[in-house]
Design a protein. Structure first.
Lengths: 360, 289, 285
């Protein structure tokens, strides 16, 4: 596979603060690559270095093999969709989209044709002479994307472009953006703090925390097999159980919780007995009243409250006098309608469903 | 640093800085140093120029000078206070009371007279107020007066003229500052049981303070340094300090004495502006827009 | 109190009367001046003796209308020329000032900014005399040292231009700065990202964004220059500007020709200001 963007050992230090810390990754041609992280994790700085607005302290950025170190931002084959879009308010839609083409000294006719084509592509045919302030939030979004895509960049960078939209429009734009990327086949590098955006749209997601990449993986693996406690907690909802390692062999580790419950979990490596460990288990992995199913961890819990939210309904329950309450998905198939706050119920989950990390 | 970012931070700075430095140095800083220097030069008995504080001593020796000076400063303060008192309700009416659709129209109407030269406006007052003026004509025609009286060339006419001339510079900052006051603050205060007086005192005035300070400073400064209005509306008795400066420069051709007067005017205006800023707890850079 | 709160009828009516009186106070002198420009009389005073355009078009011997009044016409031309040069100079330098104080970082910036504001709080008369003194000092220096007689430094056209420029530039800087403050710098980055170079960014993005403010500042500069009296008074040479010329006539007794000039000025400046206002409104949309 061809690699469009290659970042190697990239760091950025500000006075006493390291925004990006030794980050390396490759993005293959035509991929939708997301960088997911909480605000302040350094993802915007990383993106601005790729666009050329920040100077890296160390490391190299290559686009299709070409080192970008001495290339000015206006000469890089990347385009950036800004967080607040940065559409030029004093120009109309066509002038905005044609701006980059005009800088390449393309002819008027050529520009008009390309602008018309790209507007068609983003479902805004005939919008050429509209003023920017006449557009809705979603339309502005599409104009911003068209303005960059018309230049046919090697890599399109997107800096949380959906952040300013309301929830409904955001859901719609997610799907639209994904479809558009598949159609044009341009490599997208997308940064966001919204895990749902990253999971829905991406081929690969990098989870970033405090300047470092914690994990780069497909959305499915990221969700099912996080490789660090941070990823486990940041991506999706997760329950966290603390315990002490009793024994570990053959990829199976047994923990004892402070409550005295015994829990087994699959681990990749064997761990030293006696060390402390944390186990993450997703709410939807927990089965309520599991009955006779084999190979389960089982706990007796007291229901604290029932949180009805349609398909996302959940139970809050506590095992003994544990500190943290467990979040348990409550399927709305009427099977569990009898459950009330204060009930004693049994829950269980498959041994292989949890993810266990040793704490240092 | 790439060549781009280096070029970005140095060259534009020089391009922008050079004309500004030339302007401020040649037309503001050096001329005022020259003013200060000239004010300490005096011609001695043998006709040579020597250093001396005599020009300033002369100011204190001659009552006409320092009386005019004090009178000018006091009147400028009176003009400022009057302008504020007249302009504040107008700005409040336009921003908060009048129907919103008239706001633009009122503001336009308010600015209109001030696009016209000060001289034209003062001339208008002159043909209204003088003995053969329009007001006298009507007063006599309606039988209120037997004989026309001179309404021009007195202190009241002069103060009114100064208030009129300065009005714009008070109204505009007040309009913008009151416009930025959220109506819901007033509604909340009302809802919490305040009466109008309390609302004005505790909500509106504190919010409007930057505008009040900015308008007052400009009006005071313009009144103090005004030559035209006192000269044309106050007549021979106007006794405005700028006229003393003009007389020294143009009539007596005593530039050194005139410089001393000019410098004193500069000092008093800076001083009063400084005190005004301190009293209202404002900063000059914030007050000017 | 305000629109949304209940008020007594007397408060509402009283306020309206006050506002009415205020606007009457504002417009009375201008209206009277305009009306009397058309009075068929030798004096700018009532009684009304009938409508006449004499003070605009008459060509002697008793009445000379403004269109044949060589002295006043000449002074109008001087004022236009002065205002033209002041506008060009102060707009260029003031725009530089706006860029300097909004975009650049350097030592003593605070101090320089303070100095830039100073002309606003220096009385115009003082500006006039200090520039007069300094140009005189410079002139003497060049004459004694190099035996050069520099006409530029004597009271006259260019000294008036420099005197007015010295404080109008501050206004331009403030007007343009106010708009530049609202400028979103990501627009510059976006333009760079789309392939524009630094020069193109300034021309296509920043200056285009500033255009309404620059046009507005030019109109203000032109009007301020055209009307300036205080500073000009001390720097004027043999070519009197219109305000100086009018002042001399008003002081020494007046004829309705001054009303005619005032009428034209009122119409002219109002038109300029209104056009400017509409341009601003359309641009900022």
């Amino acid at each position: 596979m061809d690699v469009d963007l290659s970042v190697e050992k990239l760091s950025k230090h500000f006075k006493e603060f390291t925004a990006v810390d030794n980050v390396s990754f490759d993005v293959e041609r035509g991929n939708f690559f997301s960088i997911l992280g909480p605000s302040g994790c350094g993802k915007t700085t990383l993106l601005r270095m790729i666009a050329g607005f920040e100077e890296p302290s160390e490391g190299t950025i290559r686009i299709r093999g070409r080192d970008m170190a001495s290339v000015a931002p206006n000469r890089r084959p990347v385009n950036l969709i800004f967080q607040h879009l940065a559409l030029f308010p004093m120009m109309n839609v066509a002038e905005n989209i044609g701006f980059g083409l005009a800088r390449r000294n393309e002819s008027k006719a050529e520009i008009n044709k390309k602008v018309g084509d790209i507007l068609e592509r983003v479902n805004l045919p005939g919008f050429e002479s509209k003023k920017i302030h006449q557009l809705s939030g979603g339309q502005m979004q599409r104009v911003a994307i068209a303005r960059s895509l018309v230049l046919d960049p090697t890599v399109l960078l997107l800096d949380e472009p959906l952040g300013a939209l309301d929830l409904k429009l955001r859901e719609q734009m997610k799907i639209e953006l994904k479809r558009l990327q598949e159609q044009v086949g341009t490599t997208f590098v997308y940064i966001t703090h919204d895990q749902s955006e990253a999971l829905v749209m991406s081929d690969y997601v990098a989870v970033m925390n405090e300047g470092k990449f914690e994990q780069i993986d497909t959305p499915q693996k990221l969700y099912a097999r996080p490789t660090s406690p941070f990823v486990a907690r940041f991506v999706g909802n997760n329950n966290r159980l603390l315990g002490k390692v009793m024994k570990s062999s053959g990829g199976l580790t047994e923990l004892a919780t402070p409550n005295g419950d015994k829990i087994r979990a699959a681990t990749q490596l064997n761990v030293t007995p006696g060390s402390r460990a944390e186990l993450f288990i997703r709410p939807e992995s927990i089965i309520i009243e599991p009955g006779e199913l084999p190979d389960l961890n089982r706990l007796q819990v007291v229901v604290g409250s029932v949180l009805f939210d349609g398909a996302n309904s959940q139970l809050l329950a506590r095992s003994g006098d544990a500190d943290e309450e467990l979040l348990i998905s409550l399927p709305q198939n009427r099977q569990f309608d009898h459950i009330r706050a204060g009930d004693h119920i049994e829950i269980g989950w498959d041994v292989s469903a949890g993810n266990c990390f040793v704490m240092s | 640093m790439t060549p781009l970012s280096r070029a970005r931070s140095r060259l534009p700075l020089l391009i922008f800085l050079t004309p500004i430095l030339l302007w401020l140095l040649l037309l503001i800083v050096l001329p005022h140093f020259d003013l200060l220097r000239m004010s300490f030069r005096v011609e001695n008995n043998s006709g040579d120029m020597v250093w001396s504080a005599n020009n300033y001593l002369e100011f204190f020796r001659e009552p006409i000078y320092w009386l005019t000076f004090t009178r000018t400063a006091v009147y400028a303060v009176i003009v400022t206070v009057l302008t504020l008192c007249i302009a504040f309700p107008v700005a409040f009416y336009i921003t908060k009371v009048a129907p919103p659709r008239f706001k633009g129209f009122f503001s336009l109407l308010l600015l209109m007279p001030f696009w016209v030269s000060e001289l034209v406006r003062i001339y208008g007052w002159m043909i209204l107020l003088r003995e053969s003026g329009v007001i006298n004509h009507f007063l006599v025609a309606w039988g209120i007066l037997q004989q026309p009286v001179e309404l021009l060339y007195n202190d009241i006419a002069m103060i009114m003229g100064l208030v009129y001339t300065s009005m714009l510079f008070m109204v505009v900052p007040l309009l913008s500052v009151l416009d930025s006051l959220d109506d819901s603050l007033i509604e909340a205060a009302y809802d919490l049981g305040s009466n109008s007086a309390t609302i004005v005192r505790s909500i509106i005035i504190p919010h409007a303070m930057p505008g009040i300070a900015s308008g007052s400073i400009v009006v005071f400064m313009l009144s103090l340094g005004n030559y035209l209005t006192p000269n044309l509306m106050g007549g021979k008795n106007s006794l405005w300090f700028t006229e003393q400066i003009y007389n020294q420069f143009i009539a007596s051709f005593n530039w050194n004495q005139g410089s001393a007067f000019g410098f004193l005017l500069l000092v008093i205006s800076s001083l009063i502006i400084f005190i005004g800023l301190k009293l209202t707890n404002q900063q000059l850079s914030r007050v000017i827009r | 109190m305000i629109r949304s709160l209940p008020v007594s009828a007397s408060y509402s009516v009283g306020f309206k009367i006050y506002i009415g009186l205020f606007f009457f106070f504002l417009f009375a002198p201008l209206l009277v001046t305009c009306v009397l420009a058309f009075n068929d009389s030798m004096f700018p005073a009532l009684p009304w003796k009938g409508f006449s355009l004499d003070w605009f078009v008459a060509d002697g011997p008793e009445r000379i209308g403004i269109f044949h009044d060589q002295i006043n016409l000449a002074s109008i031309w001087v004022s236009v020329k002065t205002a033209f040069f002041v506008t060009i100079l102060s707009t260029v330098v003031g725009t530089c000032g706006a860029f300097l104080f909004e975009q650049e970082e350097f030592r003593f910036k605070q101090f320089l900014y303070f100095l830039m504001l100073a002309p606003l709080v220096i009385p115009g008369v003082i500006l006039g005399i200090s520039i007069l003194l300094f140009s005189n000092t410079l002139g003497l220096f060049f004459e004694n040292r190099f035996n050069l007689d520099i006409g530029l430094l004597r009271p006259g056209f260019w000294l008036v231009v420099f005197g007015q420029f010295s404080f109008i530039t501050t206004l331009v800087t403030l007007i343009v700065s106010a708009r530049l403050k609202k400028f979103d710098y990501t627009l510059e980055e976006a333009a760079l990202n789309l392939g524009a170079n630094r020069f193109q960014v300034i021309v296509f993005i920043t200056l285009r964004f500033l255009k309404p403010a620059i046009v507005g500042a030019m109109a203000v500069a032109f009007l301020m220059s055209f009307e300036n009296f205080n500073t000009t008074l001390f720097l004027v040479g043999s070519d009197a500007t219109l305000p100086i010329n009018l002042y001399l006539q008003v002081r020494d007794g007046s004829t309705p020709v001054i009303n005619a000039i005032s009428f034209l000025l009122i119409i002219g400046t109002s038109t300029l200001a209104l056009v400017n206002l509409f341009v601003q409104k359309n641009k900022s949309d």
